[in-house]
Design a protein around this ligand. Structure first.
Ligand code: MGD
Ligand code: MGD
Ligand code: SF4
Ligand code: MO
Length: 706
C-alpha cells in the first residue's frame, strides 16, 4: 500500500529522515534475499544507505516485498558487523583481534599442513549462495587448485539439490524451464506444489495473484492452508511426504481418461512404458488413502491440468526436502512430459530457487561433481581443459557432498573446513550432530559478515563485505544473470571476499593474479560455454538494457535463452523416471505422534543474520512458534498462545503454540528462523540417495504444555 499510495497519505516512517534532494546517488542493484531477483535502487545519503526504490526489472515489474523495501540495508551498516580478522586463542577460547597477515598466514599454512599430513580429501570448502557469482567461482577454484579436491558445495545441497539432480536426469538441465513473466502472464492454469510464494517468493506470489484475477486457474498441492490455497480452484491438502504418490495418481487419471499427449511422448521421450506399468497401481482411491485427500478432487485436478492448454508446474521445497526428494522432482517432470507441457510458452517445470544466488552457486561449479557450467569433473576432456587453464593437476573423482562432510568430520575423514557465508549450526538438520562435527575438526575457518552461531566454533574468522559494498552478478531463479553494484564503503578492516580468497590462494602456493569482479567474469565466460556471451560490460550496456542475460548465452551476440527444451530436451529425449512412493524416513508413532514440517515466513530470511538487523521486522515477528491443529491441541490441553515443549528423538525446544486448522490433525509446522526455539534441534538428517538432501519437511515429534 505504501509503495502504491497515490496521495502520499501513507508513507514509510524512514522517508521522514531525509529529503529527496539530499540523496547523493542512487545505485541500481539486485536484492540479496530470495531468488526472484528484484531490481531496486539503493539510495545513498552522506555515505549511508537510507532507503530503497523499486525499479521495473524483468522479474519484479516495479514490485518489491517487505524485505526488499525494508530488510536489505540495515544489516549492511549494522554495528554488529565483524570489523577485523579474529583468531581464537586456544587457551582462553576467546577470539582475539589479528592483522590480515597473521590471519591469512595461519589459514594458508594450517590448510597446507593438513593437506600434507592427511591428503587433499581431508579438506573441504563451501561457497555462499548469498554472494556474487565471481566470489563463488573463486571459492571452488581455490578448493580445486589449492586444497586439491572436489570437496566443494553450496547451500543448494540442503535446498534444491534434488531439483538439480532430478531435472538433469530427466530433462538434461537442472534449472527453471520458463521465465516468471511467462508462467504468470501466459498461463491458463498453475499447478503449485509444495511452494509458498506469498511468503518465500512474494513478488512471484503477487504475479500469481494477478494471474488469478485475470482468470488463470490454480491448483495448490500443500499440506497447509497457505495464503494462495484460499484462491485455489482445488487445494489438495496432502499428507507431508506423499508427493510421489500424488503425482502417480494424477498420471493414473490422465492415462485412464486418455488425456496424455501421445505425439509428444512418442517423439520426445523415453521410458514411458515402464512408468505406465507403475502408475497403473496408483488409482485415485489408493492415492486418496496414502495422501489423505479426496479421490474426486484428485481426478478433477488431473483433468484440469491435462486439459489446460498452458499450464506450468511451479514447485519448491515441499517437493525437494525429503529423503525421496529427487524422485519427487522427477515425478514433476513425469507429469509435465505426459501431457506435453514442456518446451513451450506458459508451461514447464519450474523450481523456484531459494537464495538470491543459489542458481549461480550451482552454475559456478560449487558442487562436488561439476566445474562451472555443469561440466563433469569425471569427463577427461573437460578436466584437461580446466587443468590447462588453471595450470594444475585436478582431482578426477567426485567430491564429498556438504551433508556428508559433517558425518565425515566426526569420523575424522575430514580435518579442515573452510566455510564462506553459511550458518550450518542454525540451518543444517540435527543441530547436536552439526556442533559435534564442527568440534571434531582440526581447523575451521569462516568468512562472514556477522558472529553467527557457527562462528563460535571457528578457529579463524575472516571478515568479508556485503552485496552493497562490492561489484558482481547474481543469477536469479530464471537463470537471469543481473548486476550487483557497490553503493557504500562501511568503515572497518573488512576486505573484498574475492581479495581474501586470492590472497589465500597465493599463500597456499598457487600463483593467482588479483582480478576485478569483471575480470573474473571474463575468466568464467572463457571456460563455460553456457556463459560464453556474458560479461559485466555487456550486462551494463544499452543492448541488454537492464534485462540481464538468461543462460545458455553462448556467444557475445547471443540474446540469452528464456525458455528451455524447445523442440529438443538438453538431454536429447526426456526420460520418464519410474518412481514408486516410499514413505518418509521417520514416521509418527506412539511416543512421537505428530509430524513436524519446517519452512519460512515472509518477514525473515533463513538465519535472520541479515533481516534480524531490521528492528521493525523483529517487531512484527521475532519469536519461535509452532502451528498445530486444534484437535491435537484440545487433546493435549494446549491453547493458542501457550508455551509448549516440542521434542523429537534428537532434541527438545520451547516454542509458542499457534492453534488452528492451517495444518491437519497429526501435523504441525515451524519456521527455522528463531534462535529461541530453532526447529533444527529436532529435524532428521535422513538423506536422499541421489542428491544427499535432508528430510527437513518430515520428522516425528511430541508436543507438551511447557
Ligand atoms: N521470507 C523468506 N523467503 C525466502 C526464504 C526465507 O528464509 N524467508 N528462503 C529462501 C530459500 S533459501 C528457499 S529454498 C525458498 C523456499 O521456498 P518454499 O519452498 O516455498 O518455502 P517453505 O516454507 O520451505 O516450504 C514450502 C511449502 O512446502 C509445504 N510442504 C511441506 N511438506 C510438503 C510435502 O510433503 N508436500 C508438499 N506438496 N508440500 C509440502 C509447506 O507447507 C510450505 O507451504 O524460499 C526463499 N525465500
Ligand atoms: N528446518 C529447516 N532448515 C532449513 C530449511 C528448511 O526448510 N527447514 N531450509 C534450508 C535451505 S533451503 C537453505 S538454502 C539453508 C540456508 O542456510 P544458510 O546458507 O546457512 O543460511 P543463510 O542465513 O543464508 O547464511 C548465509 C550467511 O552468509 C553471510 N553472508 C551473506 N552475504 C555474504 C557475503 O557477501 N560475504 C560473506 N563473507 N558472507 C556473506 C550471512 O551473514 C549469513 O550468515 O537453510 C536450510 N535449513
Ligand atoms: S521477492 Fe525476493 S528478491 Fe524480491 S524484494 Fe522480496 S526478498 Fe527481495
Ligand atoms: Mo534454500
Amino acid at each position: 500500500c505504501v509503495q502504491a499510495c497515490p496521495t502520499g497519505a501513507l508513507t514509510m516512517k524512514r522517508r521522514k529522515k531525509y529529503r529527496p534532494y539530499q540523496i547523493d546517488k542512487k545505485v541500481l542493484t539486485t536484492c540479496p534475499h530470495c531468488a526472484t531477483g528484484c531490481q531496486y535502487y539503493l539510495l545513498v545519503k552522506d555515505g549511508k544507505i537510507v532507503d530503497t526504490e523499486a525499479v521495473n526489472g524483468p522479474s519484479n515489474k516495479g514490485l518489491l516485498c517487505v524485505k526488499g523495501r525494508s530488510g536489505c540495508f540495515d544489516f549492511v551498516q549494522s554495528p554488529e558487523r565483524i570489523k577485523y580478522p579474529l583468531i581464537k586463542n586456544k587457551e582462553t577460547g576467546e577470539f582475539e583481534r589479528a592483522t590480515w597477515d597473521e590471519a591469512l598466514d595461519l589459514v594458508a599454512s594450517k590448510f597446507m599442513e593438513i593437506r600434507k599430513q592427511y591428503g587433499s580429501d581431508s579438506l573441504a570448502g563451501f561457497a555462499c549462495s548469498r554472494s556474487p557469482n565471481e566470489d563463488i567461482y573463486m571459492v571452488q577454484k581455490m578448493v580445486r587448485c589449492c586444497f586439491g579436491t572436489n570437496n566443494t558445495d553450496n547451500c543448494a545441497r540442503v535446498c534444491h539439490s534434488a531439483s538439480v539432480a532430478g531435472l538433469a536426469m530427466t530433462l538434461g538441465s537442472g534449472a527453471m524451464t520458463n521465465p516468471i513473466e511467462d508462467i504468470t502472464k501466459n498461463a491458463d492454469l498453475i499447478m503449485l506444489v509444495g511452494s509458498n510464494p506469498e511468503e518465500a517468493h512474494p513478488v512471484v506470489g503477487m504475479q500469481i495473484r494477478q494471474a488469478i484475477k485475470r482468470g488463470c486457474k490454480l491448483i495448490v498441492v500443500d499440506p497447509r492452508d497457505i495464503g494462495l490455497a484460499k484462491k485455489a480452484d482445488i487445494h489438495l491438502k496432502l499428507k507431508p511426504g506423499t508427493n510421489v504418490a500424488f503425482a502417480n495418481g494424477i498420471m493414473n487419471v490422465i492415462l485412464s481418461e486418455g488425456l496424455q499427449d501421445d505425439k509428444f511422448i512418442a517423439e520426445r521421450t523415453e521410458g514411458f512404458e515402464e512408468l505406465k506399468e507403475i502408475v497403473k497401481d496408483y488409482t485415485p482411491e489408493k492415492v486418496a488413502e496414502i495422501c489423505h485427500i479426496d479421490a474426486d478432487d484428485l481426478r478433477k485436478a488431473a483433468i484440469m491440468y491435462a486439459k489446460a492448454d498452458r499450464a506450468p508446474i511451479i514447485y519448491c521445497l515441499g517437493v525437494t526436502e525429503h529423503s525421496t526428494g529427487t524422485e519427487g522432482v522427477m515425478s514433476m517432470s513425469n507429469m509435465a512430459m505426459m501431457v506435453g507441457k514442456l518446451g513451450r510458452e506458459g508451461c514447464g517445470v519450474n523450481p523456484l530457487r531459494g537464495q538470491n544466488n543459489v542458481q549461480g552457486a550451482c552454475d559456478m561449479g560449487a558442487q562436488p561433481n561439476v566445474y562451472p557450467g555443469y561440466q563433469k569433473v569425471t569427463d577427461p576432456a573437460v578436466r584437461e581443459k580446466f587443468e590447462k587453464a588453471w595450470g594444475v593437476k585436478l582431482d578426477p573423482n567426485i567430491g564429498t557432498h556438504a551433508t556428508d562432510v559433517f558425518p565425515k568430520a566426526i569420523t575424522g575423514e575430514i580435518k579442515g573446513l573452510y566455510i564462506y557465508g553459511e550458518d550450518p549450526v542454525v540451518t543444517d538438520p540435527d543441530t547436536t550432530h552439526i556442533i559435534k562435527a564442527l568440534k571434531s575438526l582440526d581447523f575451521f575457518v569462516l568468512q562472514e559478515l556477522f558472529m553467527t552461531e557457527t562462528a563460535q566454533y571457528a578457529d579463524v574468522i575472516l571478515p568479508g563485505v556485503s552485496y552493497a559494498e562490492k561489484e558482481g552478478t547474481f543469477t536469479n531463479t530464471e537463470r537471469r544473470v543481473q548486476r550487483v553494484r557497490k553503493a557504500v564503503t562501511v568503515p572497518g578492516e573488512m576486505r573484498l571476499d574475492t581479495d581474501i580468497i586470492i590472497d589465500l590462494m597465493n599463500r597456499m602456493g598457487y600463483p593467482q593474479p588479483h582480478l576485478t569482479s569483471a575480470q573474473i567474469m571474463d575468466e568464467i565466460a572463457s571456460l563455460t560455454p553456457s556463459f560464453a556471451g556474458i560479461s559485466h560490460e555487456r550486462l551494463d550496456s544499452e543492448e541488454v538494457h537492464g534485462q540481464g542475460l538468461q543462460w545458455p548465452c553462448t556467444s557475445k551476440d547471443h540474446p540469452g535463452t528464456p525458455i528451455m527444451h524447445v523442440g529438443k530436451f538438453s538431454r536429447g529425449l526426456g526420460w520418464f523416471y519410474p518412481a514408486k512412493y516410499v514413505p518418509s524416513a521417520e514416521l509418527p508413532d506412539e511416543e512421537y505422534p505428530i509430524i513436524l514440517m519446517t519452512g519460512r515466513i515472509l518477514y525473515h530470511y533463513t538465519t535472520r543474520a541479515m533481516t534480524g538487523k531490521t528492528p521493525e521486522l523483529m517487531e512484527i515477528e521475532g519469536k519461535s512458534f509452532i502451528e498445530m491443529n486444534i484437535v491435537d491441541a484440545d487433546k493435549l490441553g494446549i491453547k493458542n498462545g501457550d508455551k509448549v515443549r516440542v521434542s523429537s528423538r534428537r532434541g527438545s525446544i520451547e516454542s509458542t503454540a499457534r492453534v488452528g486448522t492451517k495444518t491437519s490433525p497429526g501435523e504441525s509446522w515451524m519456521p527455522f528462523h528463531f534462535p529461541d526455539g530453532n526447529a533444527n534441534w529436532l529435524t532428521n538428517a535422513a538423506l536422499d540417495k541421489y542428491a544427499r538432501i535432508p528430510e527437513y519437511k518430515v520428522c516425528a515429534i511430541k508436543i507438551e504444555k511447557a
